[in-house]
Ligand binder design. Structure first.
Ligand SMILES: [Ca+2]
Ligand SMILES: [Ca+2]
Length: 160
């Protein structure tokens, strides 16, 4: 009898262990918060090899837009030769299918600013496509890299 009791306990333990925890519900991000932008590479000269300004280095500023509205415009770094830039952004994007752009400009006056480099993107292309996405499947950095030597990283936080 004692033996049988032991067996029953073992069977009970085995069946209770079989209950896997329910899979986590998917994390579906509805908004993305851009905390900062880092430029690690940018074109120091125009495509024809001449400088962005006649007698000085470019006056660099970063912008971000959604095709109709400017979402972000950085301060201007006058006559800048620095290798990298880091801009706090603090902008939320909710339309993941809309095309956005980041542009690097040389501010000129009275002439129009020179567009040094730009990159267009949709947030959708960074959304994970697996059936049960978790927060960790979403990239915390969106990286852009263009042919003209313009490298940008956006540090982001995805939110439900
Ligand atoms: Ca210029
Ligand atoms: Ca200048």
């Amino acid at each position: 009898m004692k033996k049988l009791m032991f067996l029953m306990v073992v069977v009970l333990m085995a069946t209770s262990c079989k209950d896997d925890p329910d899979p986590l519900p998917p994390f579906i991000a509805r908004t993305i918060f851009i905390t900062s932008a880092e430029i690690t590479e940018w074109p120091k000269v125009q495509p024809d090899g001449t400088g962005w300004d006649l007698t000085s280095a470019p006056d660099v500023t970063l912008s971000m837009d959604d095709g109709t509205t400017i979402l972000f415009q950085s301060s201007v770094s006058d006559n800048s030769t620095q290798a990298t830039f880091n801009y706090p952004v603090a902008k939320t994007i909710t339309d993941f299918t809309k095309q956005h752009a980041v542009g690097l400009w040389d501010e000129d006056s009275p002439d129009d600013d020179d567009l040094m480099a730009f990159y267009t993107f949709t947030i959708k292309s960074y959304v994970p496509t697996n059936s049960n996405p978790q927060r960790t499947d979403y990239p915390s950095v969106l990286e852009f890299n263009t042919k003209v030597g313009f490298k940008v990283k956006l540090n982001v936080i995805w939110q439900e």
